[in-house]
Design a protein. Structure first.
Length: 192
């Protein structure tokens, strides 16, 4: 591997319960294996999503999402309890769906809170699979130490099985780094 590349992998698991057609509850857990730097446990976390306008499929929709997570470094004492919220705009334009996310993360430590913006285009590639291209921008709010600003371009593939289990693969590349930073995310989700 080239010296200018940093590579990490994140395994995520999410259990989602659709309480109603417009309300989901979610339990999450993630683990980041970092080949250069410290590993990170992301979660356990609890969250939810409420779609308060539209149907989420054929007409434009608006949703509010939140996630509370406890993050820590294995073997270390550093621990954060973060709360993140998102406003999600979904606009179907056949054959793709446009998505925009605007959110904020309240960081519990002595670090500034974060602003989160993401824009995505998703399209089905088969009856059970979809592909998405996304740009994510995360910036610190207020004064604080530099280094938490982050931009990333992501390509994602998601496959939904017939028993409610979904599998996802994401490949991302930092867009605001002195040296390129690549990462992959493998996800498993279960909707029950």
């Amino acid at each position: 591997m080239s010296d200018c590349l940093r590579y990490n992998r994140l395994l995520r698991a999410a259990f989602t319960y659709g309480a109603t057609g417009n309300l989901d509850a979610r339990l999450t857990y993630g683990y980041l294996w970092n080949l250069r730097g410290t590993d990170l446990q992301i979660g356990p976390g609890i969250g939810g999503k409420w779609r308060f306008a539209g149907d989420g499929r054929r007409s434009p929709s608006l949703s509010f999402s939140f996630l509370y997570a406890s993050n820590s470094r294995p073997g270390g004492r550093s621990k954060e309890h973060d709360l993140g919220t998102l406003l999600i705009v979904q606009y179907p334009v056949r054959p793709v769906t446009l998505l925009a996310n605007l959110g904020r993360v309240w960081v519990s430590e002595d670090a500034p809170d974060l602003r989160y913006i993401a824009l995505a285009v998703a399209a089905p590639i088969s009856r059970r699979a979809l592909a998405a291209v996304e740009y994510i921008d995360i910036d610190p709010l207020g004064d604080g130490p530099p280094g938490r600003s982050h931009g990333q371009a992501v390509l994602a593939l998601v496959y939904n099985s017939s028993v409610g289990i979904s599998y996802s693969l994401q490949i991302g590349r930092s867009t605001r780094a002195i040296t390129p930073h690549w990462n992959t995310t493998l996800g498993v989700g279960w909707k029950f």
